[in-house]
Design a protein around this ligand. Structure first.
Ligand SMILES: Cc1cc2nc3c(=O)[nH]c(=O)nc-3n(C[C@H](O)[C@H](O)[C@H](O)COP(=O)(O)OP(=O)(O)OC[C@H]3O[C@@H](n4cnc5c(N)ncnc54)[C@H](O)[C@@H]3O)c2cc1C
Length: 369
């Protein structure tokens, strides 16, 4: 069990995550990597799920600052497993703050110990398919609960977890299309429940090893007892988690990957002084961004969360591509870490990006002030 982010054992955990990742890369053909089971098992042994749960609910109650730092360091070592972890934590923390006390008591102990894990299919409530007239996953009230029909477009690691936290919309609003599907539920369903089919996962340009794909729900019954929230408008917003890393985690992971690329550049400068100005400049941008992020976690925001994330996205793209410049053609071959980092960096352009972040990224790429 690791008790604080300052433990030597935490440093060892990160070293082991990096070593696992390296050996998977060495054994891989091209960019096909295995599901990061070794890394996830190490995290569970380290008691990682406890870190995110308050002490009065049986957790270790780490501060948002320490959790964000932990995400930074772990993603620098292995982005894939750390990303899978964020999705499990996204489910866990909604259970932690659920008003459904019976569900909390039934589910939380096993989720904290890592004996059970849950992942999320909720992006269709926030960042996916927002232009569609009809929500992709609907809930209909029935005796004792709800029946779910439709699909979750994006779920990471659903074939490796027993539980799935999904968001679904009710068709019970007035005829105004802007509010028709306003009420939502969040529910915990079993991945082997009748009517649930988990796709094997998309072929992605990076991170295919996170087994991210669609989950279809055909007439899946959810009992009221398994509702985490709702029916209520904007169900995700009603569950305010404490401690909450949600707003910082994607920036932390982007900066973690950026740190891996900057480290590579710095190593190269030992024999290639011509790379020094670029490496030093990126290093100081990274340090400034990390400082701004960690200050924000302590209630001293230097800018909005959207700006933090847009800056982190910019840095991860620039630093991984700078590493490619240094690695030259060798970096462009499959299996070289730099090429993989460049592909992984693009993930941050699409993962959990609110409109303001998309706008900022597009303006920067287009050279618009
Ligand atoms: C590797 C990976 C893992 C993920 N894991 C999870 C997870 O575990 N859980 C989870 O909940 N989410 C997850 N997500 C989802 C993620 O957070 C985003 O919600 C998702 O990337 C948004 O992309 P989308 O294609 O669904 O967006 P959409 O907005 O649905 O866009 C899809 C397409 O629709 C069209 N379109 C978009 N906007 C408009 C418009 N305004 N008008 C007309 N056409 C439009 C475009 O052609 C676009 O290509 C994951 C995503 C990735 C890439």
């Amino acid at each position: 069990m690791i008790e604080t982010v300052n433990d030597q054992a935490f440093v060892r955990l990160c070293q082991n995550l990096a070593a696992d990742r390296s050996s998977q890369l060495a054994a891989a053909r091209g960019n096909r990597l295995p599901w990061p089971s070794d890394q996830l098992a190490r995290m569970a042994d380290a008691g990682v799920y406890r870190w995110f749960v308050p002490t009065d609910q049986g957790g270790a109650g780490w501060s948002v600052h320490d959790l964000t730092l932990a995400y930074l360091k772990m993603s620098q070592s292995c982005l894939a497993s750390t990303f899978v972890l964020t999705q499990r934590i996204a489910a866990l923390k909604r259970v932690v703050v659920s008003p459904n006390q019976d569900l909390v008591q039934r589910r939380l102990p096993n989720l904290i110990s890592g004996e059970a894990s849950a992942t999320v299919g909720i992006s269709h409530l926030t960042t996916s398919g927002q232009h569609l007239r009809k929500p992709v996953l609907m809930a209909e009230k029935c005796d004792g609960g709800f029946v779910l029909n439709g699909f979750c477009p994006w779920v990471t690691g659903a074939n490796d977890t027993k539980l799935l936290l999904v968001g679904a919309c009710l068709d019970d609003g007035p005829a105004d299309p802007s509010v028709q599907f306003a009420r939502q539920i969040l529910a915990l369903i079993s991945t082997d429940a009748e009517g649930v089919s988990v796709d094997p996962g998309f072929d992605l340009i990076a991170l295919s090893e996170t087994h991210t794909g669609r989950v279809r729900l055909d007439g899946v019954f959810v009992a009221n007892e398994d509702c985490v929230a709702g029916p209520v408008e904007n169900a995700l917003a009603t569950l305010t988690a404490a401690p909450s890393t949600g707003s910082y985690q994607s920036s932390a992971l982007a900066l973690g990957l950026s740190a891996a690329a900057v480290d590579y550049l710095k190593q190269q400068t030992e024999r290639r002084p011509d790379l020094l100005p670029g490496a030093e400049s990126l290093q100081s941008s990274l340090e400034a961004s990390v400082e701004t992020l960690l200050q924000a976690t302590q209630g001293n925001p230097g800018c909005s969360n959207e700006q933090l994330r847009a800056d982190a996205n910019s840095l991860v793209l620039r630093s991984t591509q700078a590493a490619m410049v240094a690695a030259k053609g060798a970096g462009f071959t499959c299996g070289h870490p730099v090429g993989r980092w460049c592909q992984e960096a693009m993930f941050f352009l699409v993962w959990s990006c609110p409109q303001a972040v998309l706008d900022a990224n597009l303006c920067e790429l287009a050279g618009v002030e």
